[in-house]
Ligand binder design. Structure first.
Ligand code: AKB
Length: 334
């Protein structure tokens, strides 16, 4: 569900390659492009409509459900009613509405989508005995968490509504697992870098933007300070980790929520790596409200439990990721 986002399209391609096109159903509430519509089965699924979800599970004999959510950290903080409705502290001084940040019209039903939608997914999965995957994020940590490294099990007191909704998802999924035996699986992803989708309201987006700006000969205006270190991962590693977690034998999983990552870098480090391909890239630094979010997130993510329990290994470091990104962007230009 939520198949049209950054991770959904890539995952559908990967799973269709492994299990056959007809065996992977994409779904969303948005009208798909012709390419998507012709690439395999696509259905309308409103996460708030339980009957609609039941009908899809029954009709298509669904047994795995992957639930992607659409609203990222920085965009979430721009939506004041959302913050009030879910009871985040509105007096929190460090994440202010930043007039320079592009405002996006967010459906006022978003809290329902994120919270009630998740409840529907859990109930549905319990009722039909589905294996369910829900992605979480480094944003599920906050200023009280250890930042370097951030272990799998530690204090989680996020200060964004995005992070709060992700901790809720982690805890609810684990509760359903222990109480009802639901096969809930969850990975906490770092910033994901991909050539296929444009940045969309996240705090880690600058690390995607830098490739587009370098390719187009534009100047990058970076909204984080040059030394702000965040964990990151190339899309191929991210999707592979998701699939490996989905197929990991249950007895290997010592927990239901794992950290995964591949690398950590700062804006000045990725700019140096990108300049090895595009020496003319020009960058200015103008920290905005996203800096306040990044300052509360992990700098280095400890994913040793995933590596130990089910064999997670990343393939892309900073250099390999830059090569892959430029190769993909060049291919798209042709
Ligand atoms: C964001 O920046 O909000 C996301 C994330 C790390 O979850 N990319």
């Amino acid at each position: 569900m939520g198949s049209l986002g950054q991770l959904g399209m890539g995952l559908a391609k990967l799973l269709r390659g492994k299990y056959g096109t007809q065996n992977v159903i994409m779904s969303d509430i948005v009208k798909p492009s012709k390419d998507i519509a012709h690439s395999g089965p696509y259905v309308f699924a409103d996460i708030l409509d339980f009957k609609c979800l039941q009908e899809i599970v029954v009709t298509y004999r669904i047994d795995w459900l992957v639930h992607f959510s659409a609203l990222l950290s920085a965009i979430g903080e721009q939506n004041v009613p959302l913050a009030i409705r879910v009871n985040i502290d509105p007096s929190f001084p460090r994440v202010n509405i930043d007039p320079s940040f592009p405002r996006v019209n967010i459906d006022p039903s978003f809290p329902r989508v994120n919270i009630e939608g998740l409840h529907n997914v859990m109930e549905l999965s319990k009722q039909y005995n589905l294996r369910v995957f829900v992605p979480s994020t480094i944003g599920a940590f906050g200023p009280d968490s250890p930042r370097n490294p951030t272990p799998n099990l530690t204090i989680q007191r996020p200060r964004t509504i995005y992070g709060v909704s992700k901790v809720h998802a982690e805890l609810l999924g684990e509760y359903y697992h222990h109480r009802f035996g639901l096969d809930f699986r969850c990975l906490r992803f770092p910033g994901v870098i991909s050539a296929d989708t444009m940045p969309g309201g996240g705090t880690t987006d600058y690390a995607v933007q830098v490739f587009h700006d370098a390719m187009e000969g534009r100047m990058l205006e970076c909204y984080l300070r040059p030394t702000t270190r965040l964990p990151m991962m190339y899309i191929d590693d991210c999707l592979r980790s998701l699939w490996e977690m989905l197929v990991a034998p249950s007895d290997k999983l010592k927990r239901r929520t794992y950290n995964v990552t591949a690398m950590s870098f700062s804006p000045e480090e990725i700019v140096a790596a990108v300049r090895r391909h595009h020496p003319d890239l020009h960058v200015t630094y103008k920290p905005d409200s996203r800096q306040n979010i990044a300052d509360t997130w992990p700098e280095v993510f400890d994913d040793s439990e995933a590596r130990w329990d089910w064999g997670w290994q990343h393939h892309y470091d900073l250099e390999a990721m830059c090569e892959a990104m430029f190769a993909s962007l060049k291919q798209q230009q042709q």
